[in-house]
Design a protein around this ligand. Structure first.
Ligand SMILES: [Zn+2]
Length: 506
């Protein structure tokens, strides 16, 4: 039996997004449990599809004694403020100090993302691990679970004894990744520290083509899993989060083994596999009107909805979930039985609550993020439902996640229904339509503010899925982003242009 301190700090940072993550964003959680410290962590995360929950299950099954520090997460956005980073890192580090003062510590587990950028640190996780190491020393086993979208730096990789990333996008294996991390820690506690290998690839991969429910990513993960045998303890391939303007943005491979040769063999095999499929990370992206027209064509005679991903306003990638380009395209097409969600607009939700169900309100809905090419949608809407916003996920991605979305409503204009809430969460769960009375399976067209995660819960009810790019903060093609700090030599998209560095910076 070992005594293991546990904690977590998750943020996926889109440095091109409109709003930073302040401390308050972590106290709310944005669809995930709110910031929690000490023993309360066990109840707050139990049964939820997040890594810390799986780690706790796995470590308890091995009979270990767990010492909870602090766990916190917020919706993706622009940089984590220095205030938030220092306070939450401080809670974790103080928890480790207290755990050490109370007795011998055998290991540390951290539930991390891997793509956190703060106002002062390009590598948020690397800085957190540096602070953790300063307290626990260089030799204590420190293991971490990671999101598949981590942009992992060499310093971050070096600071952790072992790191294990999700293997699915949509991330239906978050809790399972925690269990796998617990199993690797058990192996470390028995056999000692593994040898490890790190590889960084030189091209960015758009989110839409990272989906593991499709080629080429799905089979790449299958082949990687087949390598995890014998001397290869665990291997992770992270396609990365291609909207973080930092030197080390991009895909990485992490491998751990009994010998250096084992780790290198696994890392090289995965790297060769991914780079060999560079051209296959591609697909069709529609403009808004074209997407609605194609969806209407496909929906004619279909018994299930056609789902359109409003990928450039994905709050799971830092959007505010309030752009109106797709809403405009739906309304102007005259479509019947369409729904879009979530549009985050506290003022519109407040107006709907004040007017009541059945009333008509005239508001400027959404479009408040100042995105070029986007603006509020001014119109008159029938209030079809109002709700306090406290709801629970039911699909494989957000299963059992308790959400506090604030005042919410279903608004209707013509044949288009809009699920409106006050706080953002990614439309990755059918429950996020149903809580305001919109039945997703009865719609001809659904427009989801999500890039890929929605596929886990919506593929089973979808006749077809299209990807659309309305003006938004999560530019689908990373080659179109205004890079500045990215390391020179990286191809900005698969087989795309080579980033030569900011003018004058070379
Ligand atoms: Zn992710």
């Amino acid at each position: 039996m070992a005594r293991i301190a546990i904690g977590g700090f998750q943020h996926e940072t889109n440095t091109f997004a409109p709003t930073k993550a302040e401390y308050d964003a972590f106290t709310r959680g944005g669809g995930w449990p709110a910031l929690v410290s000490g023993e309360a962590m066990f109840e707050a995360v139990a049964g939820i599809n997040i890594s810390v929950a799986g780690f706790i299950e796995g470590a308890r099954a091995s009979g270990h004694d767990l010492v909870p520090t602090t766990w916190a997460a917020a919706s993706p956005s622009a940089e984590v403020t220095d205030d938030a980073f220092d306070r939450i890192s401080g809670l974790i580090v103080d928890g480790l100090r207290a755990a050490l003062a109370a007795g011998n510590l055998d290991a540390v587990y951290l539930c991390l993302h891997g793509a956190m950028v703060t106002e002062s640190h390009e590598d948020g996780e690397g800085e957190l691990l540096r602070r953790v190491r300063a307290v626990v020393g260089p030799d204590l086993p420190v293991v971490a679970s990671l999101d598949l979208h981590g942009n992992i730096t060499r310093a971050c990789f070096d600071a952790a004894t072992a790191m294990v990333a999700y293997k699915t996008y949509p991330h239906i294996d978050m809790a399972d990744t925690g269990r796998r991390t617990a199993a690797i820690l058990d192996k470390i506690l028995v056999e000692g520290v593994p040898f490890k290998a790190f590889r960084q690839l030189e091209f960015l991969i758009p989110l839409s083509w990272q989906c593991t429910m499709a080629e080429p990513s799905g089979p790449i993960y299958d082949r990687m899993a087949a390598l995890e045998t014998g001397g290869v303890w665990t291997a992770s391939y992270l396609p990365g989060f291609p909207a973080a303007d930092i030197a080390d943005c991009g895909p990485t491979i992490l491998a751990y083994g009994t010998t250096q040769a084992d780790a290198d063999r696994a890392a090289d095999a995965v790297a060769t596999d991914v780079t060999g499929h560079e051209a296959a990370f591609a697909g069709k992206i529609y403009d808004p009107d074209e997407a609605v027209a194609e969806a209407r064509r496909l929906a004619a005679g279909a018994s299930k909805p056609v789902v359109i991903a409003d990928t450039q306003d994905n709050p799971g990638a830092g959007g505010n979930s309030d752009t109106t380009g797709m809403l405009r395209a739906l309304v102007s097409s005259g479509v019947d039985r369409a729904a879009i969600g979530l549009i985050i607009d506290p003022e519109a939700a407040k107006a709907a609550h004040a007017a009541g169900v059945g009333a008509t309100i005239t508001v400027a809905l959404g479009g408040h993020s100042g995105i070029p090419g986007d603006s509020p949608f001014k119109g008159s809407f029938v209030v079809e439902a109002i709700h306090d916003g406290n709801t629970t996920g039911t699909g494989p991605f957000y299963k059992n996640a308790r959400m506090a979305l604030g005042p919410s409503a279903a608004l209707r204009i013509g044949g288009v229904r809009i699920a409106v809430a006050s706080r953002k969460v990614q439309m990755a769960d059918q429950a996020l339509y149903r809580f305001v009375g919109i039945e997703p399976t009865e719609q001809a067209i659904l427009v989801n503010k999500s890039s890929v995660h929605f596929r886990a819960d919506f593929t089973p009810i979808a006749h077809a899925i299209l990807v659309a790019a309305a003006p938004g903060p999560m530019i689908a093609d990373p080659a179109q982003l205004p890079w500045s700090r990215l390391r020179p030599g990286v191809r900005l998209s698969p087989n795309g242009p080579v980033w030569k560095g900011r003018a004058g910076a070379l």
